[in-house]
Write a protein that binds this ligand. Structure first.
Ligand code: GDD
Ligand code: MG
Length: 397
């Protein structure tokens, strides 16, 4: 893969947010030794990308998606990666999770892939979280909450069980396996460019095509992303005093974290998680409030945004769903302790526009505590012995 070095950087305390980087070649060949005389382009050969992918787990959150789509996603993930499917699909009247497991087992044999699949509502898993004192994942009845973020947390922990250095998230409803393949290689390239162990790589889609009047329109931005990005950039501008458009990936569902960073972050539920990751990085390491992590501040945190060559096609889930996602993102910025009063007021107005009812956003988008508080040997033992839906497919211990 051949891509730009970052051209622009916004720096806030220990955090460097890089401007969107372009890819020149998806595949730049095998040989090492490419040196651009002016060093504006970075080339990764097969081996470099492959070595990083060995340390990378890909988490696929999935809830009642078409099996054909999941199959395509699996086929796009390079064989080096450990795949972790966290399903919240319905178990009755039809047990879709069992059907998923069977399909994945069959595919896994042909793909010779290492795959884990687990169900989010596994009561054994809930007990393990309870024993670990990780209560922020529970609803009022003591069950693991539904939500994409909650699934991602389970995936992160499974990756930690297998000592992975990096974790990437890819939705299970992607239509184009080639795009999935590119996302994973972008994650690897981002980590390969990073100079800090604390790194977030976010995918910026070149196009998100929509069908209008029976023809394909290559739109650049979804409505939700556009609004989220504008507000995140406004947050940066009020802090630094300089207007900026640097953030283009506030809602990047496809993103990856290095484990040392992932385990320190405080997440939030459902679809607010991608915005929350950025906000949390700024809160913890942006120098605006005292940090609990001086060692991370010393090394610095890097946020890469890399633009795909493949357009992004996924399931269209309707306007109500988009409003829900927008509310989640805006509420996350609104709830941040570094959000200045003017922006808070503007966000409140935008949120009022979306929902007429009064909503307690802190309750709705509850915080998920950093996973580093969980004692891993005990968690792992619990999962292996008591999580009955936790299944390993392929060459996996
Ligand atoms: N495990 C689990 N649990 N997975 C879930 C849950 C859940 O409760 N809810 C949804 N998912 C899965 C879906 O099946 C899909 O694979 C993935 O999470 C993303 O959910 P979608 O419902 O398809 O979201 P979207 O396509 O509208 O939004 C995506 O892109 C946005 C950016 O455009 C998500 O990734 C958003 O988080 C992201 O902001
Ligand atoms: Mg989707």
């Amino acid at each position: 893969m051949k891509l730009d070095f970052p051209r622009y950087t916004e720096r806030l305390g220990a955090v460097s947010i890089y401007g969107v980087q372009r890819i020149y070649e998806l595949d730049s060949g095998k040989s090492k030794g490419f040196q651009s005389s002016h060093q504006t382009v970075r080339k990764f050969d097969y081996d470099e990308i492959s070595n990083i992918m060995h340390d990378l787990a890909i988490v696929i959150p999935i809830k009642n998606e078409k099996l054909k789509l999941l199959e395509g996603v699996l086929s796009g993930i390079p064989n080096e990666c450990l795949v972790i499917i966290v399903s919240n699909s319905s178990r009755e009247p039809v047990d879709r999770f069992s059907i998923e497991t069977e399909a994945v087992r069959q595919l896994g044999r042909f793909m010779d892939k290492r795959i884990i699949i687990v169900h989010q509502q596994d009561p054994g898993l809930a007990d393990i979280f309870r024993n670990a004192g990780y209560d922020s994942i529970f609803d009022a009845e003591g069950n693991i909450r539904s939500g994409k973020a909650e699934g991602m947390i389970i995936g992160l922990l499974a990756a930690k069980m297998y000592h992975k250095d990096y974790v990437g998230f890819i939705d299970g409803d992607n239509y184009v396996p080639g795009a999935v393949n590119e996302y994973v290689k972008i994650f690897a390239a981002g980590f390969g460019m990073s100079t800090s162990p604390y790194c977030n790589v976010r995918i910026s889609w070149v196009f998100k095509p929509k069908v209008r009047n029976n023809s394909l329109q290559f739109s650049k931005w979804g409505r939700v992303s556009e609004i989220t990005n504008r507000n995140l950039n406004a947050l940066l501008a009020t802090i630094t005093g300089f207007e900026t458009e640097i953030i283009k990936t506030g809602n990047a569902g496809e993103n990856a974290l290095s484990m040392p960073l992932a385990e320190c972050l405080q997440y939030s539920g459902g679809y607010s998680i991608e915005t929350r990751e950025l906000i949390d990085i700024l809160e913890k390491f942006g120098g605006l409030v005292p940090t609990e992590y001086p060692q991370i501040v010393n090394r610095g945190v890097e946020v890469f945004q890399i633009e795909t060559r493949n357009p992004h096609f996924h399931e269209d889930k309707g306007t109500a769903h988009l409003n829900e996602m927008l509310e989640a993102s805006l509420a996350t910025i609104f709830g941040s302790k570094i959000c200045p009063p003017d922006l808070k007021e503007s966000l409140q107005n935008q949120l009022k526009h979306l929902t007429k009812r009064r909503v307690d956003y802190d309750k709705k988008y509850h915080v998920l505590e950093p996973i580093k508080t969980i004692h891993m040997p005990e968690f792992e033992k619990g999962v292996r012995e008591n999580a009955s839906t936790f299944q390993r497919i392929g060459r996996l211990k």
